[in-house]
Design a binder for this molecule. Structure first.
Ligand code: BG6
Length: 487
């Protein structure tokens, strides 16, 4: 569309930033917390970059007051964080750990003290290990009830303080890396049948939690956060256009259609049935999914990059290519599904040191697609640049590349809003530096530099980067700074 005359963002726009418990908290065995799947997984040799763990992470567990004070100084309107299930239910179910609830009360109260809207993610990948040991975690339908009990505990406890709830973070990613490529727990390889069944259990857990929230009188916003990688066809060859269509059904709509409509995309389901990989549904499941979809009030989008789709021959790229977890540019391999699509590099886009394409327009594309396909408001629950940062001798960090990345993405988001998309919030990833699951601490995302390396032992002191001051001004001007160089 022709350039819109964007001048700023809505007055009540939620300028935010995000984190996840395992990546920031540390305190892995404190105050009654149970062991999680990640606590164990990181101890398997070769699974994480330089064997990094979240045992201490960036010690948010002890420094949350300092971190939230920094958020207040920046002017954040919302802070998205996750609750660690094993702090609340150390064994995943059974007795509640009061100390765990107190910790999150403290976080929420600290946010509210500064008028920062807490946005709570119920599950951001750290599962109580006991549930994996007892019945295989997400592989069993038993998880649905345990997840709903855990979610209801949070609703009951925090419902009067929290208005924004995210049921699951990136269901598509934790299941793909957990059951297809063995890069996340439980570390399974190419188990397609289980992968789709696990996803069905996660959908049912999400749906039943949404319904429980409403039954308990919850009137806030609730939805899931999806890792959306929008796609472009390589060119106008029909077979490439069709590969995009297949990619969208299998990699995007498979999740978003269930959250928004409560049903699976037909072509993808037909393909899975043919392969013998389709999930088994219980008689009432479709009704539950549909009812929950009517209660969902936003689509959460974690956006980092777009991709290109090209037809893939039967002996072509697979989903198992090497991922760049070192920051050595060019080390990632092309991925795809034989006979369906592959994702070649986009020659029109630059990439990060971890080979993620940088595509601000893709963010706008996501918003437009969600708006026209689902008619739902959008929360950008993550967007950001993972980069090597350098702290100067005077403790300054000049991350102009991060400012440029965020600025371009926000400009596109402004256009999406101008074009009619209802965008409620934008959360950068992340507020402080934190543990990048597979990439260690050297892949930094924060506005606030944390003094630590892969090994334990840094001071863990916090230092504001240039991007901190820049986002502070963006927020103070309601985004006008992005569109008016004179401010
Ligand atoms: C998302 C996750 O996938 O992207 C975050 O929700 C994650 O937890 C972020 O850290 C960035 O990914 P990575 O692999 O660079 O840490």
């Amino acid at each position: 569309m022709e350039e819109m005359n964007v001048t700023g963002f809505p007055k009540n726009f939620l300028w935010g930033s995000a984190s996840a418990a395992y990546q920031i908290e540390g305190g892995w065995r404190e105050d009654g917390k149970g062991i999680t799947n990640w606590d164990n997984f990181v101890r398997i040799p070769g699974k994480t970059y330089k064997a990094t763990t979240g045992d201490v992470a960036v010690d948010h567990y002890h420094r949350y007051k300092e971190d939230i004070a920094l958020m207040a100084e920046m002017g954040l309107k919302t802070y998205r964080f996750s609750v660690s299930w094993a702090r609340i239910y150390p064994s995943g179910r059974g007795e509640v750990n009061k100390a765990g609830l107190s910790f999150y009360h403290n976080i929420i109260d600290e946010c509210l003290k500064y008028n920062i809207e807490p946005m709570v993610t119920i599950f951001h990948w750290d599962l109580p290990q006991a549930l994996a040991d007892t019945y295989g975690g997400w592989e069993s339908p038993e998880i649905i009830e345990d997840y709903v009990t855990y979610a209801k505990t949070l609703f009951a406890e925090f419902k009067d303080k929290v208005k924004y709830w995210i049921t699951l973070n990136e269901q598509n990613i934790f299941t793909s890396l957990g059951w297809l490529t063995a890069q996340h727990p439980p570390g399974k390889f190419d188990d397609q049948k289980t992968f789709y069944q696990v996803n069905h259990h996660a959908f049912m857990a999400h749906a039943k939690a949404v319904l429980a929230y409403r039954q308990m009188g919850g009137t806030g916003e609730i939805g899931a956060s999806f890792a959306y990688v929008p796609s472009y066809s390589l060119d106008c060859r029909p077979e490439n256009a069709m590969s995009k269509c297949d990619y969208d059904d299998l990699k995007n709509f498979w999740w978003m259609d269930v959250y928004a409509y409560g049903r699976y995309p037909r072509a993808a389901m037909a393909y899975l049935k043919k392969k013998g990989w389709a999930p088994q549904l219980q008689p009432e499941d479709e009704t539950v999914l549909r009812q929950a979809a009517q209660q969902v009030t936003f689509m959460g989008v974690n956006y980092y990059q777009s991709c290109v789709c090209e037809y893939n021959t039967m002996d072509g790229a697979t989903p198992y290519g090497t991922m760049n977890t070192t920051g050595v540019k060019g080390s990632a391999e092309e991925l795809g599904i034989p006979g369906i699509y592959k994702n070649p590099a986009n020659p029109y886009l630059l990439t990060t040191d971890w080979d993620w394409s940088i595509d601000p327009t893709g963010l706008r594309y996501c918003c437009r697609e969600i708006t026209s396909r689902y008619g739902l408001p959008v929360i950008i629950s993550e967007n950001g640049l993972g980069a090597f940062d350098h702290k100067e001798e005077d403790n300054s960090i000049h991350d102009s590349y991060r400012i440029s990345y965020l600025e371009k993405h926000l400009k596109e988001l402004g256009k999406a809003i101008e074009e009619g998309c209802d965008v409620l919030a934008y959360c950068t990833w992340s507020f402080t530096d934190l543990l990048s699951w597979l990439n260690g601490y050297q892949k930094r995302y924060g506005f606030v530099y944390v003094d630590r390396e892969e090994e334990e032992g840094g001071t863990l002191n916090r230092y504001k980067k240039d991007s901190f001051y820049w986002y502070q001004k963006v927020i103070a001007t309601d985004g006008a700074l992005l569109f008016d160089e004179g401010i």
